[in-house]
Design a protein around this ligand. Structure first.
Ligand code: ADP
Ligand code: NA
Ligand code: MG
Length: 387
């Protein structure tokens, strides 16, 4: 169908699922990852290169093997990506967007310029300054490192003035006024082109996301207790934000906060497939991984609508690699196999240092009855697993 080879920076589980989509499209993939062919994506792709996607070591080799480069992680060497792009190697999403998103402060400045609603934020360069901002914003506030953050690892809640020194020591960078959200929402947006190179955009349904210890734990769509108007607002904000990225193509994960008064603030954007879009594999016309490939390759975008009443995703983190802990991780998976319509996605994670298996499973279940979601997140999962 397509004779092109797509190079992917990063070979984690998102890359792995992108490879599955590439197989369906008849597209070849080559992943660049420190684990090479034993990375989650390297295990299943035709080609892989062992090297750092952060430093982008061996990038000329990657470029020589591929027709276009994309990524499954934004913490890459944006400078090197830019240089390749200038030399004529197609890169999508465009390197300037990757660079912008890498810096959580610049990302917010850019979005503010484009009138996207955000929590108040400021760059902070010293502990003393953070005290002053505390007076202005009030407590709690959220301190965030500008670079390299994921899964809450770059965040610290500053609950009062006394907690400033510890937070400052841990992180510097950017501070945000606390967003007293009722719920966290997410929307996946795809941006591609048609045959005449005109921009086309597609927006997936709104998802309610629940983080546990700052890691996405469960996602549910349609979100229960969110009005149609609020959902449309979230989709509009997400779409407007992605429109601000010019000619950049691909799929983008947009995280947002829904407040009690029905307003929506944008939290952050990922320039790649996203945890909160996994449900699309079981529930939507075309899933986020295939959509991403279609977008970067300039193929027609597919249908984003739910094909079922709703969907819930549960992330199950491997607890360790002893037989006992592995059994604990596998237990819900075994149960899920008995649930009609539940989809199971094995991530193929391997711990770099110990070369031990670290299973990380994502369970997706089509929720046909909304009652599943109206229970607390934990009980909701029990409903599924007991199925
Ligand atoms: P990460 O890159 O780790 O995902 P985020 O900026 O998305 O970082 O923050 C992680 C989580 O912290 C969010 O999903 C949300 O639960 C909480 N959070 C982030 N910013 C704020 C804020 N301004 N007010 C309240 N909670 C926040
Ligand atoms: Na990954
Ligand atoms: Mg986040």
């Amino acid at each position: 169908m397509d004779t092109r080879t797509v190079g992917c920076l990063g070979g984690g589980q998102l890359g792995r699922m992108m490879v599955y989509a590439a197989h369906r499209l008849g597209v070849r993939m080559c992943v660049l990852d420190p684990l090479g062919e034993s990375s989650p994506a390297g295990q299943v792709s035709e080609l892989s290169i062992k090297g750092s996607f952060q430093a982008m070591l061996r990038r000329s080799e990657l470029a020589s093997k591929c027709d276009i480069l994309t990524l499954e992680v934004e913490h890459v060497n944006a400078q090197a990506l830019e240089e390749l792009h200038l030399k004529g190697v197609p890169v999508q999403p465009l390197p300037f967007v990757v660079k912008l998103i890498q810096d959580k402060y610049d990302q917010k400045v850019h979005l503010q310029k484009h009138r996207i609603p955000l929590p108040d934020f400021l760059k902070v360069d010293s502990e003393a300054e953070l005290h002053e901002i505390g007076e202005k914003f009030g407590y709690p506030m959220m301190l965030k490192s500008r670079f390299g953050a994921y899964d809450g690892k770059g965040n610290a809640v500053v609950s009062d003035a006394a907690s400033i020194p510890a937070a400052w020591e841990k992180l510097g960078g950017k501070v945000e006024k606390w967003a007293p959200f009722k719920m966290e929402l997410a929307v996946m947006v795809a941006r591609g082109v048609d045959e005449t190179m005109n921009v086309t955009m597609r927006t997936y349904p709104v998802v309610h996301t629940v983080q546990r210890d700052s890691v996405c734990f469960t996602c549910l769509t349609p979100p229960v207790g969110v009005t149609q108007k609020e959902q449309e607002l979230a989709q509009k904000i997400a779409t407007d934000a992605i429109k601000s990225f010019g000619d950049a193509r691909g799929i983008f994960g947009v995280e947002m906060f829904l407040l009690d008064d029905g307003s929506v603030l944008l939290n952050e954007i990922a320039p790649r497939p996203h945890n909160t879009g996994h449900y699309t594999m079981e529930a939507c016309g075309v899933d986020q991984f295939e959509q991403h490939l279609r977008a970067v390759l300039g193929l027609p975008l597919g249908d984003c609508h739910l094909r079922v009443g709703g969907a819930m995703m549960v992330n199950i983190l491997g607890q360790g690699s002893t037989p006992e802990l592995t059994a604990q991780t596998m237990a819900p998976l075994r149960c899920a196999l008995r649930v009609p319509d539940a989809g199971i996605h094995w991530y193929g994670k391997v711990q770099l240092t110990l070369q031990l298996c670290m299973p990380w499973v994502s369970l997706v279940h089509k929720v046909k009855k909304y009652e599943y979601a109206t229970t607390a997140a934990d009980r909701g999962i029990n409903v599924i697993i007991a199925g």
